[in-house]
Ligand binder design. Structure first.
Ligand SMILES: [Zn+2]
Length: 271
């Protein structure tokens, strides 16, 4: 599933191809995404230029003169820049044809992705309004984590994966960040000290930033025919490494299920 770093990598990959380009035509081949695509957006954006390719949490925001397209990749979605004449393959649901002769093509086998449109400020859209601070920006920090953990007994891993409190930290990055901060995933959130909150905030930023950086090396994939983002698994400390030696202490990485999701950790390094 694309997580925040993959979405940011996608944003960076498409940005140079879409910025300043006019949308000649938007085609919806199959509107049955997570929410049925509102077909009135086709006429609404036709002929308008793309002013900004932004991101909020895992939503890509294509700001045009007419309004903002809000795109979510869901569980299996990907975007590619292709020559407009490229034949469609299975699960290509949307084409945003640009005046450059290229198309921004949305493919999503499982159709949990979405395409929405708003003429208002996108930050006021119901999907974006209640979102927590962006983890890579300054208002997400140790003090913020300290504040939101004080009254919460929920396990810290589940807290950092709660998008109402921390956006964009999915299962892989939650496990990785907790390892980097040396905090056990099952600790009650409120048991973290101020120092641990600061370490965890830094670890979340570092984990995501590294993933974005490494994702940057696969940018070519987004403009070619192969849209696979690649999850740079060789750099992971704990995720899906159960039984393998911890990269820091050598003890076997452990695994358990928490809130329906797999959690990986080192019982020696994490306190
Ligand atoms: Zn270890």
């Amino acid at each position: 599933m694309p997580e925040l770093p993959e979405v940011e990598t996608t944003r960076r990959g498409i940005e140079p191809h879409v910025l300043g380009r006019r949308i000649d035509r938007l085609l919806v081949h199959d509107r049955r995404l997570r929410w049925p695509v509102d077909l009135t957006l086709i006429a609404a954006v036709a002929g308008s230029s793309i002013r900004r390719a932004g991101r909020r949490a895992k939503y890509l925001l294509l700001e045009t003169e007419a309004g903002t397209l809000i795109l979510h990749l869901g569980m299996s979605g990907s975007l590619r820049i292709l020559p407009t004449s490229t034949p469609r393959v299975a699960h290509d649901h949307v084409d945003i044809e640009l005046d450059s002769g290229q198309t921004l093509r949305f493919n999503d086998p499982r159709r949990f992705g979405s395409l929405l449109f708003t003429t208002a400020d996108p930050s006021l859209h119901p999907l974006l309004k209640g979102l927590a601070p962006e983890p890579l920006e300054d208002d997400f920090n140790g003090e913020y984590l300290w504040k939101i953990t004080r009254r919460r007994a929920v396990a810290i891993k589940q807290l950092v994966m709660n998008s109402r409190l921390v956006v964009g930290v999915g299962n892989i990055y939650a496990s990785e960040a907790l390892f980097r901060a040396r905090v056990r995933p099952r600790r009650p959130a409120r048991s973290l000290t101020r120092v641990e909150c600061a370490k965890l905030a830094r670890a979340i930023k570092a984990t995501l930033a590294m993933a974005v950086k490494v994702g940057g090396t696969t940018l070519r994939d987004y403009v070619g025919a192969d849209g696979n983002p690649g999850y740079f698994r060789q750099r992971l400390y704990v995720y899906e490494r159960d039984g393998s030696p911890c990269r820091v202490c050598g003890k076997p990485i452990k695994h358990f299920t928490q809130g329906g999701r797999s959690t990986y950790w080192c019982s020696n390094c994490q306190k």
